[in-house]
Each structure stands twice: as structure tokens, then as C-alpha cells.
Design a protein around this ligand. Structure first.
Ligand code: SF4
Length: 698
């Protein structure tokens, strides 16, 4: 009822990378309703999170004053009651808290590391990486892309010269075949999934490939439920068939690519009959899938964490890129490569340089030309100015290891929750407890904030202005609908004030000042201005003129690599880091559920979402439950070499009999107590999708 609100504000859903545009209906200081509006990615649609997941911003647990750890607080641990913070923290003024935060960071150079956030805006990401680089003189700054698509980006940068998607997901409208592999869009990118279903309804052939069954299976021409970790074996065998049967696009390969001969020779060893033992997929199915894909007029490939979160995640993506290149499926309407981004702004935060090896727009910290540019731009602002050290920084997972090695002693964490999101949580939490000084900036007392020395109360998406970039490369304007509660402040302001107290002469007065500076170093933002975004709501990059809404498809005429050609990089089969054995005979895989977002800090405080999915759970095949003597809804204990959790077991035929699926949003049965920290050597992403596990009745 429109009588229930008196203002409408257009903004962007804060959850997944689809980037749905929303209308926030508010009355006074409260948002009372959210509707979908006609954004380029959602055309009015929203999923359950976007529509009903907003009231966490008014939750009584919101941090409303700066906090400093009490001198007499108990030892650091996961031991603070979010409803009673006074046992561990005392209230402070902003001046006192900022000074305490700065005092523990100032002058510590390489002992400091920072985690920024893919939930924050582009401007906040840019400021955060600049603060660490300029303030402390090194590149130890990263964010959760490391746990998400870092391996996909490594493969894309290597082989097509750009880490972003080559075509928007909406381009599926122009495709006749699409692969969805290692992704469960109905749960994790629900509005994108509506386009996939419509595509199938129109007669498009959907090929779903995943070790778990999923709802999209009902719409699929082929459902390929392969063995966990067998991605390279499966994809190489599909490519083998295409090469062997002469179904490649020879003209495209010749004109647009390099290293085909090596790739072709490599594929000879991957006949589908030879790979069946690894993949669990019979040769006829592999041949049928290969012919369907190679026979497409226009085909897209979508992938998610099921591809990226392996020690061979980069190899998995290399295979997908090769599959698209050998069939000429890049750079045309309805064709392209699309890693479905997780967080709402993981694309934008990466573009803004919130990664340890790249400055904004993936400019290498090792390039002298790049470093000269920053010396000119940032040179006279104090600290280390624009002196970018020619050395890649440490990644998220490496930083916590470096705390244990006494190389990192102080951290600034904005909006990330490594005490829940990192693999092998006991190790990660022990690192947080060991830090001399931890500054956490967030909206709730997250599990990570339990370990903080200073807590800076920040703003939720609906309380601030800022741009975000979705999975489609669409830069969109987020707008404030309500003020932050109490003394909580906007994140750009907090980073700026902290930077000033660490000796930096920053003069930003609004996120638009930051955006203007970003445009000086980010060619991707050419023709995109703050005023345009305020006016138009979204512009896709690249935008070729001030009037161009942006290019949904890129690389029609060549790739941003030396010589303009994309590259084939052959990939070999590498077994998972940890294989099941007599003690840990099953396979653990982790992921998200529709109703909960990542570590649960927001969605478990959203009334409707928590009511729909209130309890930690895992999924097991009916035959496994029978063997364990556990009824559906009973309790099981999952144990790996790193830890153990006890939780409710659901019956799910989509999970193979030797697998267990475990969502990672629940602190009471934290999935990452169990996960394997082994890393992909290129993307440095952990193997969240494969751990050896023991499952018992509890
Ligand atoms: Fe939000 Fe993603 Fe759902 Fe859209 S699909 S409403 S962006 S969670």
C-alpha cells in the first residue's frame, strides 16, 4: 500500500552479482518495501533475497557507535554476545576510535595488511586499496575474489587478455546453445536463471554440467552429472570429440587465436572412452554434448564456483576458454564466456584494484610505466605517495598464513568476514587472535569483529551513495534511501578519516570526487561519468561515446593481448589435493543456498529469509542416510582432517551417494572448519569444492 511509505529511492540489490535494480520504499528512517525496477540486468525481476532480504539493515544488532576493546576483555576468541558487546568493548567517540585505529597501523609498513570488500562500492574499493598502498608502501591488499573467481580471472587474463565477461548473460536471448557448468543459478543467480529458463522454453539447448543435480536440470537438453573434480577430464574429452570429428571453426582459430596446434595435439590423449573412469560419464553422452555445442550457431558458456574453487580452478577455466575459442563462440551476438560473479560488486572491486597484483583496471604492479603514472597522480599526498612497490602483495589466504609467520602483525578489515569465509577456520581464527592490532569496519559484530581491537560502525547499501559493477560489466548507481543508524558513518568517510590520521593528505568530500579520480587511471570508465550514472542508472563498460549505453559483447575484432589473438593453454588432469580414503571416505563440497548470503551476517538477520531457512543443514543421498541409519531431518557429524561439525541432515537425490553438500552460512556448523586450504597455484583460490570427509550418525 503506497500509504505505507513516503519516499522511493532507486538503488541496487546488495546480494549477488546479477545486480538487480530496486526501488526502496521508505518511511522516516526505515525501508518498508522493495520492488524490482527496469534495470538492464533484471527488467523488473527480483528473487526472494532482493525482495524480502532488506530488513537486516534495521536489525537491533547494527553497530551504532565506535568501539574499542576493553583492557580487561577476555582473551580474543569467538566469544562475544552480539546482543551485549560491553563485556569486551567500550563505546568511544569517533575521534578516539579513529586515533586508536590509526595508532596501531601507523608506521608499520609491511606488517600491515588489508581486506576490502566486494559488498562495498567501487569508490570504497578504490580508496581502500589506495590507503594500503599509499599508507604502507606495499600491495598486501585483497578481497573475497580470492575465494570466488580468482582462478577464472587468472585464466581469462592469460588467454583472452581481460578478466571480465565477454558477453552479458542477457545475450543468451541470441544463443541457441548454452553450457552452465559448476554453477547453480536457480539458487545463486536467480534472476539470471529466469533468462536461462526462458531460453530453454524458446527451444534453446541448455547443457548443465555439475556433480550435483539442480533445478535447472528440468530445463536441460543434457544433464551431465560428472564426478567431483573431473572437470578437466570431461572438458578435454568434449574438446577431443570436436577436434577429432572436424567440428572446429578453422577460420576463427586461424584468424583470432594462437597455440592451436599444441592444444590439438594435447587433446589427442583425451578420448572420451579413456576418461569415463575419471568422469563417470559414458562416451556416447560426451559425444552428444560435443556435437550439440559444436553445432551451435551461437553458444555461451556460464560457470561458477564449482569450476573455480579447485586446486585446478585455473585449468578448468582454461578448458572452457579453449572450448569457446575452438568453436569460434566469442565476440558475436549470443556467443561468449561468462563467469557468473558472486558478490554484488566483486567485478567492480577487482576493477578498482582491490587485489595484490594489480592496480585499477588490472594494471600490473610490476610495470614501470604503470608505476610512473601513479607516482604522478598520487605523488604529493604524503605517506608513500605514488611509489608503488614492484612486488605482488600477499593474497587473502596468504595474509593469514603470514600472521602465523609473524610477517603481518596488524590488519584493517572492511566488510569481510574471514573468521567464517576462509578455509580451515581454526587456522584463520587463530591468525586473527594473534594479530597485535585488528581494525574491523562493518555493520554488525561479525565473527571477525569478535577479534577486533577497534570496531568502526559502517553503513549498509541503502544508506550510502556509490557505484557498483555487476557480472555484466554494468556500472550502476547505488543511492541512499535512509541515514545510517546512530553514529554509524558512510564507509568512504571512515576510510578517508583513517587515511588522514595515517598521514595522507586526502581531500575527498563525496564519492563523486573518488569516481572522478578513478576515471584518470581506469580506461574502462571512459565515457562513464557520475552525472551520467545518476541520470541513466547504469552504463555498461566499455562505452564508446557519451551517448553509448555500453557494449554487451566484446572482442569481435580481436583480443586485448599482444598481437590481438586469444590463446589456447592446454590443461592436464590434476587429482584433488585430498582424495577419499578409509578414514575419510566421502567427498565434501560447500556452497550457498537461495535464502542465505555467504557468511550469513546479513541474511540470517533478515526476518523472512531466516524464517524460510533457519537452521544449519547438509544434504545427503537417500541411500547414504539409510546406510547411516539416519532419518531425513536427523543429525549427522561431518569430520575432516581439520575439524568437525554436527548438524541436521536433509535427504537430497541431487547429491551423489558418496558426497555431502554443506552450505557455509551457518556459524553454528561452520563449513569452513572442515575445508581444505590447498590453493590453485595461479589464482591462489582454495579447494572449497573437494575435501575428504567422514559422515556419521550423531
Ligand atoms: Fe539480488 Fe541477485 Fe536476487 Fe537479483 S538475483 S534480487 S541481485 S540476490
Amino acid at each position: 500500500d503506497s500509504a505505507d511509505w513516503d519516499r522511493e529511492t532507486k538503488s541496487i540489490c546488495p546480494f549477488c552479482g546479477v545486480g538487480c535494480q530496486v526501488s526502496l520504499k521508505s518511511k522516516g528512517d526505515r525501508i518498508v518495501k522493495v520492488d524490482g525496477i527496469d534495470g538492464p540486468a533484471n527488467e523488473g525481476r527480483l528473487c526472494v533475497k532482493g525482495r524480502f532480504g532488506f530488513d537486516y539493515i534495521h536489525h537491533p544488532h547494527r553497530l551504532t557507535v565506535p568501539l574499542i576493546r576493553r583492557d580487561d576483555a577476555p582473551a580474543k576468541g569467538l566469544n562475544v554476545d552480539p546482543g551485549n558487546l560491553s563485556t569486551h568493548f567500550r563505546k568511544a567517540t569517533w575521534e578516539e576510535a579513529l586515533e586508536a585505529a590509526a595508532a596501531g597501523l601507523r608506521g608499520r609498513g609491511r606488517e600491515v595488511a588489508g581486506f576490502g570488500s566486494a559488498k562495498c562500492s567501487n569508490e570504497e574499493a578504490y580508496l581502500f586499496q589506495k590507503f594500503i598502498r599509499q599508507g604502507f608502501g606495499h600491495n598486501n591488499v585483497d578481497h573475497c575474489t580470492r575465494l570466488c573467481h580468482a582462478s577464472s580471472v587468472a585464466a581469462l587474463l592469460e588467454n583472452v587478455g581481460s578478466g571480465a565477461v565477454t558477453a552479458t548473460f542477457n545475450e543468451i536471448e541470441n544463443a541457441d546453445v548454452a553450457i552452465v557448468i559448476g554453477a547453480n543459478p536457480v539458487e545463486n543467480h536467480p534472476v539470471a536463471a529466469t533468462y536461462f529458463k526462458q531460453f530453454a522454453k524458446r527451444g534453446g539447448k541448455l547443457i548443465v554440467m555439475d556433480p550435483r543435480g539442480q533445478a535447472l536440470k528440468r530445463h536441460a537438453a543434457h544433464m551431465v552429472q560428472f564426478r567431483p573434480g573431473a572437470d578437466v577430464a570431461l572438458l578435454n574429452s568434449i574438446m577431443h570429440v570436436i577436434a577429432d570429428e572436424g567440428l572446429t571453426d578453422r577460420q576463427y582459430i586461424e584468424a583470432m587465436t594462437e597455440n592451436w596446434e599444441a592444444q590439438k595435439a594435447h587433446l589427442e590423449g583425451f578420448a572420451p572412452e579413456k576418461m569415463t573412469g575419471l568422469t563417470g560419464i559414458d562416451a556416447d553422452t560426451v559425444r552428444a554434448v560435443a556435437r550439440t555445442f559444436a553445432g551451435a550457431k551461437a553458444a555461451m558458456i556460464f560457470w561458477g564456483m564449482g569450476v573455480s574453487q579447485h586446486i585446478h580452478g585455473t585449468d578448468n577455466s582454461r578448458c572452457l576458454i579453449s572450448l569457446a575459442l575452438m568453436t569460434g563462440q566469442v565476440g558475436r551476438p549470443g556467443a561468449g564466456l561468462h563467469p557468473l560473479r558472486g558478490q554484488n560488486n566483486v567485478q567492480g572491486a577487482s576493477d578498482a584494484g582491490l587485489i595484490p597484483m594489480f592496480l585499477p583496471d588490472y594494471a600490473s604492479v610490476l610495470s614501470e610505466e604503470v608505476r610512473e603514472k601513479y607516482a604522478g597522480l598520487w605523488g604529493d599526498e604524503g605517506g608513500h605517495g605514488g611509489e608503488i612497490v614492484a612486488e605482488k602483495g600477499l593474497t587473502v589466504t596468504e595474509i593469514l598464513g603470514a600472521v602465523h609467520d609473524d610477517r603481518i602483525k596488524a590488519m584493517y578489515i572492511l566488510g569481510e568476514n574471514p573468521a567464517m569465509s576462509d578455509p580451515d577456520l581454526d587456522h584463520a581464527r587463530a591468525a586473527l587472535a594473534k594479530l597485535d592490532h585488528l581494525v574491523v569496519q562493518d555493520i554488525f559484530l561479525t565473527e571477525t569483529a569478535n577479534y577486533a581491537d577497534v570496531i568502526l560502525p559502517a553503513s549498509a547499501f541503502a544508506e550510502k551513495a556509490g557505484t557498483v559493477t555487476n557480472t555484466n560489466r554494468q556500472v550502476q548507481m547505488g543511492r541512499p534511501a535512509v541515514p545510517p543508524p546512530g553514529e554509524a558513518r558512510q564507509d568512504w568517510w571512515i576510510v578517508t578519516e583513517l587515511a588522514k590520521r595515517c598521514g595522507l593528505d586526502w581531500r575527498y568530500t563525496h564519492p563523486r570526487d573518488v569516481f572522478a579520480e578513478m576515471k584518470q587511471v581506469m580506461p574502462s570508465l571512459d565515457n562513464i561519468t557520475w552525472a551520467r550514472l545518476e541520470d541513466e542508472g547504469a552504463v555498461t563498460y566499455p562505452s564508446l561515446s557519451p551517448e553509448d549505453p555500453g557494449q554487451p559483447i566484446v572482442f569481435a575484432d580481436g583480443f586485448p593481448r599482444a598481437g590481438g589473438r586469444a590463446r589456447f593453454t592446454p590443461a592436464d588432469v590434476i587429482p584433488p589435493d585430498e582424495t577419499p580414503d578409509a578414514e575419510y571416505p566421502m567427498i565434501l563440497t560447500t556452497g550457498r543456498q537461495l535464502e542465505h548470503w555467504h557468511t550469513g551476517s546479513m541474511t540470517r538477520r533478515a526476518t523472512v529469509l531466516d524464517a524460510v531457512e533457519p537452521e544449519a543443514n547438509c544434504s545427503l543421498h537417500p541411500s547414504t542416510l539409510r546406510k547411516l541409519g539416519v532419518a531425513p531431518g536427523g543429525t549427522v557429524r561431518l569430520t575432516t582432517r581439520r575439524g568437525s561439525v554436527t548438524l541436521l541432515a536433509r535427504m537430497d537425490r541431487a547429491v551423489a551417494p558418496d558426497m555431502v553438500f554443506l552450505p557455509f552460512a551457518y556459524v553454528e556448523a561452520a563449513a569452513n572448519l572442515l575445508t581444505n586450504p590447498a590453493l590453485d597455484p595461479f589464482g591462489k583460490i582454495p579447494e572449497f569444492k573437494f575435501s575428504a570427509v567422514k559422515v556419521e550418525a550423531a
